[in-house]
Design a binder for this molecule. Structure first.
Ligand code: TXA
Ligand code: MG
Length: 323
């Protein structure tokens, strides 16, 4: 397997971002992936750092660039559920139904892996995480490949996920070979992850698709994960900006707390889109990035309600507040 992008001189940093809606950009990204390079990929949730799922050295580079432990498995992205059999086996009727109704979309399913899937993707597990992203640039790129792409969020490990091409550039610079600009992510938090290999499917990560919607389709209540180690990285501190995050349950409490901090000369911002959950999800990560850039010391974040995508927002804010 060729890995020309390991040693070749790369694009200068000022030319790394290209318009992902242009065919020429998709062709270049395809070529880079086929030669073992890494591409910043827009999805509806967050930007991914994509590598050819069949290329071991490219997969290895993902872990190097992110400084991510190899025990943290990756999500495979495919362009259609018609390709599920290439990467998984023993797919349950329930999993097929979720795929049929929710893909393309922000749902990742854990399925039994096929023999094609590398141990680098699964962390040596018998399961593989797969999704079909709902973004025309990602789908266009995937349709040009014989393979799938493995793509974690395109940020350094433990940090805030990127929701624009510029965030990817700021975080990873020339560690990525090309960044496809697909505009700001429409959802803004990562996909919901459900383990479909369990007798009762388990919710491993709340995300862009609400738990209620999945439970409606399956006509059952999702279980909690029985074994924390099945989904490493989900229980610890994660999604962390440099500033401290304090969580409060109402706008009034946020105002009072911010005044206290200001009177101690602490630079504070209030994060509160609690009146509009979709807007909260879409802007939360960017808000935290801006707060860091502006030298903010404490973000007082108003927790949204637990319904719909609010559950994912609460999950990310809680993890971001855990140092
Ligand atoms: O929305 C998303 O899912 C984004 C976009 C780029 O698609 N991707 C994303 O990937 O959030 P990442 O790597 O940041 O998070 C993937 C999570 C990790 O916490 C990982 O532990 C879990 O999925 N995961 C992947 N495969 C798994 C497996 N076989 N068993 C348990 N957990 C798995
Ligand atoms: Mg991530």
């Amino acid at each position: 397997m060729l890995n020309k992008y390991d040693d070749m001189s790369r694009r200068p940093i000022s030319e790394l971002i290209v318009d992902g809606f242009r065919d020429s950009a998709i062709l270049e990204a395809t070529d880079i992936l086929l030669h073992g390079g890494l591409v910043g990929l827009p999805t509806e949730t967050v930007y991914g750092l994509a590598a050819d799922a069949d290329n071991l050295s490219a997969l290895g580079r993902i872990f190097d660039v992110k400084s991510r432990p190899v025990s943290h498995p990756l999500i495979l992205h495919i362009d259609s559920d018609s390709r599920l059999e290439e990467w998984s086996r023993d797919i349950s009727p329930a999993a097929r139904e979720l795929a049929r109704l929710l893909w393309p979309g922000p749902l990742t399913m854990l399925l039994y892996r096929s023999s094609r899937v590398s141990n680098l993707v699964t962390g040596g597990r018998d399961t593989v995480a797969i999704r079909v992203p709902n973004h025309s640039v990602a789908l266009n790129l995937l349709s040009h490949l014989e393979s799938a792409v493995a793509a974690p969020s395109a940020n350094r490990f433990g940090k805030v996920s990127p929701t624009t091409a510029q965030h990817v550039l700021t975080d990873l610079g020339t560690d990525v070979d090309l960044i496809l600009d697909g505009g700001p992510c429409s959802i803004g938090v990562e996909s919901t992850i459900v383990d479909m290999t369990m007798p009762i499917p388990q919710l491993l990560r709340p995300g862009g698709i609400s738990v209620t919607r999945i439970e409606e389709i399956l006509d059952l209540k999702l279980d909690s994960p029985t074994d924390g180690s099945r989904a490493p990285g989900m229980l610890e501190s994660h999604y962390s900006p440099n500033c401290t995050i304090e969580l409060v349950e109402s706008t009034e409490s946020a105002i009072i707390r911010a005044q206290q901090l200001k009177s101690d000369s602490i630079r504070v911002h209030i994060l509160d889109f609690s009146h509009d959950l979709n807007k909260y999800a879409k802007h939360m990560y960017e808000f935290l990035r801006d707060a860091d850039r502006q030298g903010c010391e404490v973000v007082v974040a108003v927790m949204p309600s637990d319904s719909g995508i609010g559950r994912a927002i609460r999950d990310r804010l809680t993890k971001a507040s855990t140092k």
